[in-house]
Design a protein around this ligand. Structure first.
Ligand SMILES: Cc1cc2nc3c(=O)[nH]c(=O)nc-3n(C[C@H](O)[C@H](O)[C@H](O)COP(=O)(O)O)c2cc1C
Length: 193
C-alpha cells in the first residue's frame, strides 16, 4: 500500500509535522505499507479562485503551483490526513488544498489523525465530512491525540510510557493502519475489476 501522509499545518514551530513523522515511523514498521510524507509547506498555493468548481470544469486552467500538489497526491493507494484543530475546525491551508481536488481521492480510503486540547476531535469530525465529499472512502478509525507536545519528540518518537499503554494513541494508530490496509486492498481490487 502506497500511503500519503498529508501534513495539515504550515505555521512556524508547528506540532503537526512531528505527529506526521510519528505516523510515518509506525507505518514503516507495519508490513505492506510504503509511507511518504506530503508536507503542505512544500506546496504553497493561492487561495482558491477558479471560476467554477474544478470537478465540473472541463476547461480548467490549473495554476502551476496547484498542479504540483495534484500531481504529488495522485498516485497513492491510501491517505492519512494529519491535522490540528484551529477554531474548532481544520486549518485554512488544508481546506484550501482539498478544495482544488477533483478525482485524486476517488474510491480510495483515507483516515484522520488529529491533535488539540480535545485531541482535535472537532476538526476530525469536520474533515471526515469534507473528505467524503471529495470522493474518498473515509474509514471509521481515527486517532485523536491528547498531549502531543510532550508525548512525541521532534523526530516522531512517541514516549515509552505512551507506547506501552494499550489505550494510548499508539494502539489506536496501529489499529488504524491495519484497517486502512484492509480498505486499501479491498478498494484497489474493486477498482481493478
Ligand atoms: C489559530 C489557532 C486556533 C486554535 N484553535 C484551537 C481550537 O479551537 N481547539 C483546540 O483544541 N486547539 C486550538 N488551537 C491549538 C492548536 O490545536 C495547537 O496549537 C496545535 O499544536 C496546532 O497545530 P500546529 O502546531 O501544527 O499549528 C489553536 C491554535 C491556533 C494557532
Amino acid at each position: 500500500m502506497k500511503l500519503a501522509i498529508i501534513v495539515g499545518s504550515t505555521r512556524q514551530a508547528r506540532q503537526t509535522l512531528k505527529q506526521a513523522k510519528w505516523v510515518e515511523k509506525t507505518a514503516q514498521e507495519t508490513d505492506g505499507i510504503n509511507p511518504q510524507i506530503i508536507d503542505l509547506a512544500d506546496y504553497p498555493m493561492p487561495f482558491f479562485n477558479e471560476p467554477i468548481s474544478p470537478r465540473y470544469n472541463p476547461k480548467r486552467e490549473i495554476d502551476p503551483s496547484v498542479k504540483k500538489w495534484l500531481d504529488a497526491i495522485q498516485d497513492f493507494d491510501a491517505y492519512i490526513f494529519v491535522t490540528p484543530e484551529y477554531n474548532h475546525s481544520i486549518t485554512g491551508v488544508l481546506k484550501n488544498a482539498i478544495d482544488y481536488l477533483t478525482t485524486e481521492l476517488n474510491r480510495k480510503p483515507s483516515a484522520i489523525v488529529s491533535h488539540g486540547s480535545v485531541g482535535g476531535a472537532r476538526a476530525s469530525v469536520q474533515l471526515k465530512e469534507i473528505l467524503s465529499e471529495s470522493r474518498s472512502v473515509v474509514i471509521p478509525n481515527a486517532v485523536a491525540f491528547l498531549g502531543l507536545v510532550d508525548g512525541v519528540d521532534d523526530q516522531g518518537n512517541i514516549s515509552p510510557e505512551l507506547k506501552a499503554n494499550p489505550y494510548s494513541p499508539q494502539a489506536a494508530l496501529n489499529m488504524l493502519l491495519t484497517e486502512l490496509k484492509w480498505y486499501s486492498d479491498a478498494l484497489a481490487a474493486a477498482r481493478n475489476e
